[in-house]
Design a protein around this ligand. Sequence first.
Ligand code: CA
Length: 370
Amino acid sequence: MERRKFLQNAGIAGILAAGAAPAVHAQTAPAIRWRLASSFPKALDTIFGAADVFAKTVSEATGGKFTISVHAGGELVPAFGVVDAVQQGTVECAHTAPYYFFGKDDTFAMDCAIPFGLNSRQMTAWMYEGNGLKLFREFYKQYNIVNFPLGNTGAQMGGWYRKEIKTLADIKGLKMRIGGFGGKVLSAIGGVPQNIPGGEIYQALEKGTIDATEWVGPYDDEKLGFQKVAKHYYYPGWWEGGPQLTLYVNQKAYDALPKDYQAILAAAASHAHIDMQAKYDVKNPAALKRLVANGAKLHPFSKPILQAAHAAAMDLYSDLSAKNPAWKKIYSDYAAFRDEQNMWFRFTEAGFDNFMQTGRGTAKAAPKKK
Ligand code: CA
């Protein structure tokens, strides 16, 4: 009886809530239509899909008054033309990986991933509660852009290699497809970074035009079938420890939004940001199992390789700090935050993860008492 009464009341409350909100919006809220240019193809459903999650949330929270249509890379503007398009107001917003634009300014990369940078949780902490968002809002002003974190893949894998990579000597002359900014460090330790579009990597690897490639992680890599032509699968992707995707909004379009739409836009981006990492964490384990069952051989990079790459990365960051004031300003904050975070994470977070993910997994069960 009590339960039934409770359900009836909950039902009425639910109907009132659902009915009231759109009515308020209908009277006061303007209808706004935006277009979002993604840098990604629809086939990358997790990354591309984050923009859909964002747009759907905005629409639902405004009773369908504020709608954003989501367009795949190349549909409205070229995949790598989205910064220019938002800057010029050709589109109101875009979803992309900022490190694609390090050619404009290396500083872009820090809003996404730099080698030996922040992991996914640390990056979110820096953006939301550290100085990350504040510093990048200042940086992007010159591009008429207001930025919002929108997704993270988590630490990526270190890629697919035709031959095993045991020592630094195996990196010398290694022709590897690697995304953007990470290639600078790869070349500093002797590798030869190659820039090849996603759709052409498999063939280049099969023919031996390249010796290795990295892409994202098990879920996305599996779709491209690399294990058939380069079975050695390395980890970790030290150039992408927690790459963040970003929503770029044209400043003028943002300023013209009612305050409640601005709040909804920020909340929807934040929701999609968390949702993308959650999807990867759910999809990657099963994909990794399938890849190994289909012939992938998992290897960790050796410590000397990681140390050499780390040293080269730190040299690169010193050089950039000497040359580029924008880089220096943001990197000094980023680096201090990274060191502080790793000082903290190494104790209880790493201690717990280590035990649960390696110690416990390899420990033998205690012998049964008779
Ligand atoms: Ca990658």
